[in-house]
Design a protein around this ligand. Structure first.
Ligand code: DQA
Length: 145
């Protein structure tokens, strides 16, 4: 199974950015933790960009992947172009957030992406990514068993 872990704007600053909200682990640390937790037959690819078009290109590159774990950061709440890219590709996408977006400002309560994702995981810190990984593995198994 090939799974893309795609992080959007400002997530390169994980560990240094508002640690009271996003925790103290870096994006590299997150990748290492996730790799430790992935079964052997899962190949994880990690990408991060602060630019909307680059995130869209990364989604296109994962067209045929078995899954995408996407934290689109603030683009979650604004980007119809990323939503269209998710709709365009065959890979199932899970929307993840580190913080509980529903417990924060009203503008974070709306996701332009959620309706075209297979599900949303929000508020579990970096565990949101691990949960998304397991969700994608189960999703794949349910379709192939
Ligand atoms: C975030 C939540 C978004 O509202 C915010 O813009 C982010 C991070 C999260 O992981 O909690 O950049 O996606």
């Amino acid at each position: 199974m090939r799974i893309l872990v795609l992080n959007g704007p400002n997530l390169n600053l994980l560990g240094r950015r508002e640690p009271n909200v996003y925790g103290e682990m870096s994006l590299k640390g997150l990748a290492a933790e996730l790799m430790l937790r992935a079964p052997e037959d899962v190949e994880l690819t990690f990408k991060q960009s602060n630019h909307e078009g680059d995130l869209i290109d990364a989604l296109h590159d994962a067209f045929d992947y078995e899954g995408v774990i996407l934290n689109a950061g603030a683009y979650t709440h604004t980007s119809i172009a990323i939503r269209d890219a998710i709709s365009a590709i065959a890979a199932p996408v899970v929307e993840v957030h580190i913080s509980n977006v529903h417990a924060r400002e009203a503008f974070r309560h709306e996701s332009k992406l959620a309706a075209v994702c297979i599900g949303v995981i929000t508020g579990f810190g970096l565990t949101s990514y691990t949960l998304a990984l397991h969700a994608l593995i189960e999703h794949w198994r349910n379709r192939h068993d």
